[in-house]
Design a binder for this molecule. Structure first.
Ligand code: SF4
Length: 106
């Protein structure tokens, strides 16, 4: 009896482990410079058009650089960072849960 329960529980434990691992895995998709939100101003910093949800978290970090597009479906860089603004752009990139912000645009 004990052995039969183990036969059932081991595959169940494997399925649970796979599902849990999948659920906890961070989003490893990276922003793609070939898929920028069209409104991004030219320059290295941009928001990826597919990855931005938009959750608006980045707007709190860099409101002087980022804003919603007209229908508020995406966020984009309306200004490239200069000087001290670079740290704000980096903070916005770091808090983005979708990894939608990158600086390899040019
Ligand atoms: S934090 Fe990322 S996903 Fe959220 S609005 Fe900003 S760019 Fe888009």
């Amino acid at each position: 009896m004990k052995f039969r329960n183990a036969q059932i529980h081991i595959p169940l434990a494997i399925v649970c482990a796979v599902l849990l691992t999948s659920a906890l895995k961070p989003n490893l998709t990276m922003a793609d410079k070939n898929n920028k939100v069209p409104e991004n101003v030219p320059g290295p910093w941009y928001v990826d058009n597919e990855l931005c949800t938009p959750c608006r978290v980045c707007l709190d970090e860099a409101p002087e650089l980022l804003q919603y597009n007209a229908d508020e479906s995406k966020v984009y860089f309306y200004k490239q960072p200069e000087g001290d603004e670079l740290a704000k752009a980096q903070s916005a990139r770091d808090v983005c849960p979708q990894a939608a912000i990158a600086e390899d645009g040019e």
